[in-house]
Design a protein around this ligand. Structure first.
Ligand code: SF4
Length: 83
C-alpha cells in the first residue's frame, strides 16, 4: 500500500496566516509592515524554494510567495527568463 506523504504546502510556515501574505498595497506603512512580517516567516519556511518555484512558474501576481513580493517575483521571472 502506498502511503500518501502530502505536498510541500503541508509544510508551509504560513499556514493559517494568510492575512499577512496578501497585503492590500505595498506602499502603505502598516500594510508594508505586514508584508515584511510575511517575508520574515518565509525566511524560516522549510519549503521556501518549492514555493518560490511554484509561484514563478504559476505566474502568481498577488501576495508574498517564497519571500518575494509581486515586484520581486516579476524581477526574478525576468532574470530567469521565465515566460
Ligand atoms: S515560502 Fe512563504 S509563502 Fe511560501 S510556503 Fe513558505 S511561508 Fe508560505
Amino acid at each position: 500500500m502506498k502511503v500518501e506523504t502530502g505536498t510541500w504546502t503541508d509544510l508551509a510556515a504560513c499556514r493559517g496566516k494568510s492575512d499577512l501574505f496578501f497585503p492590500r498595497t505595498y506602499r502603505d506603512t502598516y500594510e508594508r509592515s505586514k508584508a515584511d512580517r510575511a517575508i520574515a516567516i518565509c525566511n524560516t519556511c522549510p519549503v521556501m524554494q518549492q514555493c518560490r518555484t511554484y509561484a514563478l512558474h504559476a505566474h502568481e501576481r498577488f501576495g508574498i510567495w517564497g519571500a518575494l513580493t509581486p515586484d520581486g517575483l516579476r524581477d526574478e521571472r525576468r532574470r530567469l527568463r521565465i515566460t
